[in-house]
Ligand binder design. Structure first.
Ligand code: MTE
Length: 302
């Protein structure tokens, strides 16, 4: 895969200008669907305290333990990773299981720009112009059985190519999961690219999940399997440390990690002197998703 140089990508300024343009045009854009309007509104609410993170920071400061545990390791070690051919199976409690190639998925579902905040459980954040579409579109294709209550995502297992998998840092392959209503929520995204370009290997190519209101580790990269299941799946991080990483892992400034507070975050790309910013409930997406958790004790179901 081509390794883009920073100078080759659309400068962030162009993106920022376009966002301002979208804002000034507002809802006058006749062809927008309801869900894309709410996505644009989300982009508006970002204007208060955030600018887009640079392409360079998004693609060189990563968590991707299959390629090493250092933030620069994924960029350094993933460039030769082969993402063709690539198949993804959708199976489990569905009427019609299916296997699709990454190319088929890209051509079946047009990608749109989705500017979302990413808040990592470690206490840093970015604002990323992803390309992608709602996971629900793909799930609707297989007719989910009523028995299905959760969705499990499985990343690829390939220790030949992924040196990190030769060590038991995590229980490989990387696994994550969502409740079915979370998975069907329009904000839950299959990511196909970023900054209008193909998804770089270090960000999870060919396809990854992105769940904007949850800590970043819920968003599995490099997925090969989507399985509809009856019982709550145990994710790799829950297995590694259940006390620290819960199934829900909704961004929540009021629930501390056992080893640090989650009330504020460092914005990646700022200067050393930039102040930390306050972390927002559900990472700022409460208007859209808080109803999924009404009546739940979010300290207990962290
Ligand atoms: N997916 C896989 N397969 N392996 C990983 O190590 N790291 C997670 C998540 N998805 C991870 C993963 C974590 S901790 C975060 S914060 C995000 O990916 C980082 O995504 P980014 O590198 O694109 O910013």
């Amino acid at each position: 895969m081509k390794n883009y140089k920073y100078s080759e990508v659309t400068p962030e300024k162009v993106y920022n200008k376009r966002r301002k343009f979208i804002k000034s045009v507002g809802l006058g854009l006749g062809s927008l669907t309801l869900s894309s309007m709410s996505l644009l509104n989300n982009a508006h609410s970002l204007e208060n305290n955030s600018e887009l993170t640079s392409y360079k920071d998004i693609t060189t400061y990563n968590n991707y333990y299959e390629f090493g545990t250092g933030k620069g390791d994924p960029y350094k070690n993933s460039q030769e990773f082969k993402i063709k051919p690539w198949n993804i199976s959708i199976e489990g409690e569905v009427e019609s299981p299916i296997t699709l190639s990454a190319e088929e998925i890209l051509s079946l579902y047009p990608s749109e720009e989705r500017i979302y905040r990413l808040r990592c459980v470690e206490g840093w954040s970015m604002v990323i112009p992803w390309m992608g579409f709602s996971l629900s579109k793909l799930l609707n294709k297989v007719s989910i059985k009523t028995e299905a209550k959760f969705v499990e995502f499985e990343s690829v297992y390939d220790p030949e190519q992924m040196k990190g998998q030769r060590y038991p840092v995590l229980n490989w392959p990387y696994r994550e999961g969502l409740r079915i209503d979370e998975a069907m929520h329009p904000l839950t995204t299959i990511v196909t690219g970023l900054y209008g370009k193909a998804l770089p290997n270090q960000n999870g190519a060919p396809l990854r999940i992105f769940v904007p209101w949850k800590y970043g580790f819920k968003s599995a990269k490099v997925i090969v399997k989507i399985k509809l299941v009856k019982k709550m799946p145990t994710s790799s991080w829950m297995k590694a440390s259940p006390r620290e990483y819960g199934f829900y892992s909704n961004v929540n400034p009021n629930v501390s990690h056992p080893r640090w507070s989650q009330s504020s975050e460092r914005v990646v790309g700022g200067s050393l002197l930039s102040p930390r910013v306050e972390t927002q409930m559900f990472n700022g997406y409460g208007d859209e998703v808080a109803n999924l958790y009404s009546g739940m004790d979010l300290k207990k179901y962290f």
